[in-house]
Design a protein around this ligand. Sequence first.
Ligand SMILES: [Zn+2]
Length: 561
Amino acid sequence: MRLFKIRPFGPEWLFVVVLIVCLVPNLLLWHTEEIPFVYGAAGVLLPLGVYWLLMSISGHIGRSVLWMVIVMFLSAFEIVLLDLYGNSVIGVDMWLNVVTSNSNEIGELLGNLLPVIALVCLLYLPPISAGVFAVVRKWRLSDGFLRRNRLAGCAVGVCGALFMACGMVQGSYVSPRYYMFPVNALDNARQAVVRYVKTSRYADTSGDFSYGAVGTHEGGLKEIYLLVVGETSRASNWELFGYERPTNPSLRSHDGLVAFPRTMSESNTTHKSVPLLLSPLTASDFGDSIYHIKGIATAFKEAGFRTAFLSNQERNGSFIDYFGEEADYAVFIKERNDDRSLRDEALLDCLDEVLADGGDRLLVIMHTYGSHFNYRERYPREFARFLPDDATEARPDNRERLINAYDNSILYTSDLLARAMSRLEGDSIAAAMLYTSDHGEDIYDDRRGLFLHASPRPSARQLHVPYILWTSRRYADLYPHAVSAAEANAGKRVSSSESFFHTALDLAGIKCDAFDSLCSVANAAYREPERRYLNDHNRGVALEESGLKDPDFDYMDSKGL
Ligand SMILES: [Zn+2]
């Protein structure tokens, strides 16, 4: 057993430690991804064989360790994600989230991530430091040690390859791109770069796009359409959708409101869900089409509307920015005020400015910060109705406080919408407001202990979103068919991603080739959608293939989704 005869804290010891720590994510993923035995064994043995061979190429152990820093970095990132979401390899969206999340969002999450960050530091910093030490002290592995370990690495790698071959013979071929860490994580990083580059060329690829949209409503009356895109609001905490707490008192009393309780989003990620809402694309055709299309503001502009995009989120280089900037007036209020903690009600001041500027036909898109974690930062103290709401750390045993804070944020959003609607009411204005959220949220709701959103695998609560339509009295007088159609469709299943664009155009009487009356909840022709989910590789898949589990389908059954 000379192979394992190692001096404590010497070069051979470092060799073994690096092999072990690099293999931790593979072992964890085997468990969390529920990978069948042969693929799981291949997913551990093949990378181990390759690492083993790489480490035995040169006697300069320090240099070998420093080369392995790439694997150790990926491993650390993977372990942090597994701790946060409980499953899945680093996906394309996760790589993009690293680029598109702002420092505030990361900062607010940091407190929760500290224990696992400390753990990965403890796991990976000592071997990396020892590698640097080995370079400085010129540690060498003997030729005999290297020879024996090359053979051992080969043997382990061959075993891994045999397991993979067995898996391929036994069943359908499963590509290492999908189950073998770090091949899958690196391939997802490659796809993220491709997507990032394509997105940066958006101005060129969409330059010629036109909806050819025309307005059909008769002139002579002031028309205002307000589209509110919420953030991280889940339907199950809305009183309007059956929640037992009074989280929507200001909406409950409003006339002209129609709620659609059976609504799901086709994405759980902001940077994909919002563009789905603001364009005619769905999960099925999002893929490459997104690079060649423009947003809803362009359709309204072509139909003769003045358009405004008001956002309480920060720019993130995604299509949200691009679609927003298509509006005649686009403002990201956090930039204007240089205040990163600005609450959503600051958007109402902006709305007032836009309304005061006049114009007969107006589209306003408001992108709120809604109920994004950290929940208690999203509302002023006078909205702290559900107490205590002071959980500083997201842990399952803090759930009651987290839910209190979350409910307060819904209460605040509800009040914000009521205040926006009251600005649009008036005898001389035909106005309508459409509200939904980009996605929902998990807050330690079942034994899985899921938290947040944008997880690589969605959950039902991340996809069940509020969806409401409000029309002013004047609008209802002029277009009663739209109001009665919406009321008739209220009990039907809705995809927010599919219907938001078409419903907005329909309400405003805008026609174009992209418009589909079958997708508008304000149209008698409305038909229920086929449920789809836009997955990490930008493919629209059936919910059964999306990663939803039994508790999710149970939840969906209980809500009639
Ligand atoms: Zn979001």
